[in-house]
Design a protein around this ligand. Sequence first.
Ligand code: GLN
Length: 474
Amino acid sequence: MKDLTFSTGCAIAQNIKDGKVSPDEAHSFFKERIKKLDPQLKSFVEIYPDPLKEEGASALAGAPIAIKDNICIKGKRISCASKILSSHISVYDATVIGRLKRAGLQIIGTTNMDEFAFGSSTENSCYGTTKNPWDFSRVPGGSSGGSAAAVAARLVPFALGSDTGGSIRQPASFCGVVGFKPTYGRVSRYGLVAFGSSLDQIGPITTNFSDCAHLLNIICGHDSKDSTSTPKDVVDFTQALKDEAKNVKIGIPKEYFAQGLNQEVKKALDSVIEVFKDKGAKITEISLPHTEYAVATYYIVASSEASSNLQRFDGIRYGLRAAGTNLKDVYMNTRGEGFGDEAKRRIFLGTYSLSSGYYEAYYVQALKVRRLIKEDFDKAFNKVDVILTPTSPTPAFKIGEKATDPLSMYLSDVYTISANLAGVPAVSFPCGFSKDNLPIGAQLIGKEFDESTLIRLGYSFQNVTDFHKKIPAL
Ligand code: GLN
């Protein structure tokens, strides 16, 4: 059988079109690889015996894809890596799943994540921790850690993740792959189990920008089933696959290069700046002055929305139902047994911030700061076209290192959450390796609905570097 390990999703689809590989062969190839390597990596929750596929056409038709376990696939188990949902079967397809099927992709299974997407390490999963394929003693990042690890290990050419505060970009940076969070409203959230409804976006995790642009073409677009989905026309993102950075104005926010940034990450970012300079981009220092409030603001807004969204898991409507002699006991026992520690922590944080007496002081205050953070971006984008930052202050940390210290875990999101608070698109791409051979990610943040410039710059960078071609020795 043809070795597809190093083939991109586009290349696999092209091989299928040319009759060199059949869709079944493509599926078997990756299924065998998963069988061989995933028992150690633990990136998958479920591998379907037969892939889900429909007759459909697109540049990616026939390519296999994996889906984060918080996106509904009709007739399949969806658990969000939570005990409370582990027996639940989706009764409908998320809009993105319908779109993938109509584009002819083969859905091969679901990937591990932090419970309900709460986390930055995939340690908060009822199935156990996914390993970082570059170093099994380290986390893959989170919450889409299963998707990022699977793609990095080439167990599948690409996957979908979801990003509320960095959950696509941070694991992509820890695993050395490309993770794209589109503008809020670009991709329908219909069928994505809600975490923070004003922040959540689904997006692709791929090894390269061509696959990323093609997947965005498939999943983006208006959906009347999601009132926050934008009616704006979707451009053809593959038009941006050009090596062209001349005169692009790139802003470097000084707050993102301050205290707490690992020196190896800083060095890698310096070399990204050099690459773009060589290509004729104009580099300017900018300021996003409210950055220091982003973590606090995000954890109030996101937890408030999460506590409200999780109310539906009551033991009556979905999944787990614990015993109890009256309704209140059933509710309490189900939620007590079904939610893990981090989910409970978010519920406490969120209900506290929303409770009468504290609502104005916390939730409303956080919304005001959110507005200031958004205005920082508006002002910056009057001067520059895109913003370049590290994705995470450090490369992948050790399993267990932050598991008992929620605050230090939350602080690892410092560079990713502002893009969600502001609703703007952002992408992480591999830009170097630490001396321990751990991938380092750079982040580009764009203007609302200007995904194309991010793709163009990312593509330009990958055209002259080969970090994205390196794969972990497994
Ligand atoms: N790590 C962040 C959190 O725990 C972001 C998670 C996400 O984007 N889903 O909330």
